[in-house]
Write a protein that binds this ligand. Structure first.
Ligand SMILES: *Cc1c(COP(=O)(O)O)cnc(C)c1O
Length: 381
């Protein structure tokens, strides 16, 4: 059956013998025109109209009233956590199945991640396990949530919409609101995915996106913070631009800021990519449909979009029966020039995080043992 999969992928991508990557970018629109225009304008750095236009496009697309472009998705997540009020020695709840950027951004604030298991249906943070953890291990004091055993404040929760599939974000936000915990959505992978018709990234206090080279759309490197909160929106812009007090000629800074503003050159590419986002997602949803039909003829489960959701199907994924079979599938497909890869090693196992608090990781471990990501680029044919 593995050979049938290889043939299926070749047929679907119209590529008879070359290498088929996991996810490659497509520059089929105005990318070159806009980047050239940015160069001609001499505004290639942190000031320029493409940065403003890109932020406007994201506001319009997501419905979030405030958007702040940043140098990458990790920086966006860091600044969102700062805006959410996360401080040194706090705990920040997140899931063990995520890219390391999620926990790195938490670490930059001086807080520590605390890992709560995922749902098998969404592959993202489990509302039931979150609720059980908070009810049994935390208490509310002076309007804040505290972890009883460690005495640490639980200031934020970072659910991640895994591979573009929406988490059960409404339930997560509701639980966190009851416990006085700010929700920062790591929507790096899920731009354009919706839960009950609403864009992922716009449910929490803040949400962040990534425009790294392997994401659904890219500008080389880039990120975005979105929020409904006017004060946080304005403070976010301020903090990402060295906290410079606006003035025609004077240089004054009123706090420690960050050089996190996206360069205009990258924003030019991003504007062109945004124009194609809906087309890319439609193309990826169609590919997911082909995979779904194919895997129905096999003993393997294709990861479908969760209930009440429209997924952008950033990275398609399939579950093998056990870890040994997973490894055989990875070895076979990669030897045939079809790029596939396993899920991330659980964050709880990484050396710099192994001391962190965590709940059970049964579901995350089940997925780590079985899941394989399969080629998911937008098809040109
Ligand atoms: C890609 C990604 C990020 C970070 O984005 P960069 O732009 O590469 O910094 C953060 N979280 C998750 C889950 C990601 O997949």
């Amino acid at each position: 059956m593995f050979d049938r999969f290889v043939q299926f992928v070749r047929d679907t991508f119209g590529e008879t013998d070359g290498f088929i990557p996991l996810h490659e970018p497509r520059f089929t629109g105005n990318e070159k025109a806009y980047v050239n225009d940015a160069i001609d304008s001499t505004f290639v750095s942190s000031v320029g109209r493409y940065v403003d236009r890109f932020e406007e496009q994201i506001r319009e697309y997501t419905g979030a009233p405030y958007a702040i472009a940043t140098v990458n998705g990790t920086a966006a997540l860091h600044i969102a956590l700062v805006l959410a009020g996360v401080e040194r020695d706090d705990l920040v709840l997140t899931q063990p199945l995520s890219f390391v950027a999620t926990s790195n951004a938490i670490a930059y604030t001086g807080a520590e991640p605390c890992f709560i298991d995922i749902d098998l249906n969404t592959l993202s943070l489990s509302p039931e396990k979150l609720s059980a953890f908070l009810d049994s291990q935390t208490e509310i004091r002076n309007g804040s949530c505290y972890h009883i055993a460690s005495g640490k404040r639980v200031s934020a929760c970072v659910p991640m919409h895994t591979f573009g599939h929406p988490a059960r974000i409404e339930a997560i936000v509701q639980i966190c609101t009851t416990h006085h915990i700010a929700v920062v959505e790591d929507a790096a992978e899920s731009l354009g995915s919706t839960y009950q018709g609403k864009q992922t990234g716009t449910f929490g206090l803040l949400g962040t996106y990534s425009f790294n080279g392997n994401k659904t759309i890219t500008c080389g490197g880039g990120g975005m913070v979105v929020t409904n909160d006017e004060q946080l929106g304005k403070l976010g812009k301020h903090l990402t631009t060295q906290a410079k007090v606006p003035h025609k000629w004077e240089f004054n800074h009123d706090q420690t800021g960050y050089n996190y503003r996206l360069p205009n050159l990258n924003a030019a590419m991003a504007c062109a990519q945004m124009e194609q986002l809906d087309g890319f997602i439609a193309n990826k949803q169609q590919l997911a449909g082909f995979y779904q039909a194919f895997f129905q003829t096999t003993p393997y489960q294709f990861i479908q979009q969760p209930a009440d959701s429209q997924s952008n199907f950033w990275l398609n994924a399939v579950l093998l029966n056990d870890r040994q079979e997973r490894d055989e599938f990875l070895a076979y497909t990669n030897s045939k020039g079809i790029m596939t890869r396993p899920a991330w090693t659980l964050l709880t196992k990484l050396p710099m995080l192994s001391h962190c608090l965590h709940d059970d990781s049964t579901n995350a471990q089940y997925i780590e043992d079985r899941l394989v990501n399969i080629p998911s680029s937008v098809r040109l044919t």
